[in-house]
Design a protein around this ligand. Structure first.
Ligand code: URA
Length: 240
């Protein structure tokens, strides 16, 4: 069972921000299993009973959603420029929980995005060792050749490091517009990875859509719509 810092557990249970929770701890208002705790580094796990002013913390129910992210929406909980975030979309749809996206899609990228308040599972899914298959469809400038697809598959240098093996496939060519669409499955989650990979083979991305995240695809979800995951889906993500 993962141990977390007391102030993080308090913040996640909605007591106060982490900073303010630290003040509450220092003020001697917090007990762990009945013992007063005033040390900020203290770690607790799910079996510990944490109380503030004698009132035990409510254990937060874990929630999991799959969103079909539209263009022009930020993949974070807050945006300092006041732009709409993926969390705003869920709130508008009646989700009251503090939910966060698992990884990110760019502002102009559309498609499958998982959101949850289960930090442990989110960290696991984002960890490079567990990185799960993500399938994108990229509309790119120019027509990608078989040689270029092979180069992509074997790995291209982005930010000084080779990408791991990927699975690209040409799905459509528009000779008049001089563009094509390539479906590509990657296992990593590096910053702007797909755009940089196509940039590296000389075909800038014009549009990017994530069709699926692991076994989760967008069946039945129009752009901007979301749905809760089924219990079996959550279980399958845990077992990945
Ligand atoms: N790769 C990108 O370049 N952008 C995304 O949004 C996702 C993957």
């Amino acid at each position: 069972m993962t141990k977390e810092r007391l102030q993080k557990v308090m913040a996640e249970a909605g007591v106060a921000s982490r900073r303010h929770s630290e003040k509450i701890i220092l003020a001697g208002r917090v007990t762990v299993n009945g013992q007063q705790v005033t040390t900020l580094g203290t770690k607790v796990d799910a079996s510990d009973v944490v109380a503030v002013d004698g009132v035990p913390l409510q254990k937060e129910q874990h929630e999991y959603f799959l969103l079909n992210k539209p263009r022009g929406v930020i993949s974070s909980a807050h945006d300092e420029h006041g732009r709409t975030t993926v969390v705003d979309l869920l709130k508008q749809g009646g989700v009251a929980e503090r939910i966060y996206p698992v990884g990110r899609l760019d502002y102009d990228t559309t498609g499958a995005l998982l959101l949850t308040n289960d930090g442990e599972l989110a960290n696991k899914l984002m960890h490079p060792r567990f990185e799960i298959n993500k399938t994108y469809v990229a509309k790119v400038k120019g027509v990608v050749t078989n040689d270029e697809l092979r180069t992509l598959r074997r790995g291209v240098n982005i930010d000084g490091r080779l990408t791991r093996e990927s699975h690209p496939r040409l799905v459509e060519t528009d000779r008049a517009q001089k563009t094509c669409r390539v479906k590509i499955t990657i296992h990593e989650g590096r910053y702007h990875q797909v755009k940089k990979m196509f940039e590296a083979i000389g075909h800038p991305v014009l549009k990017l859509h994530r069709e699926s995240y692991g076994f989760l695809d967008l069946s039945g979800l129009a752009s901007g719509e979301f749905r809760p995951l089924r219990t079996a889906e959550v279980q399958a993500l845990r077992e990945l």
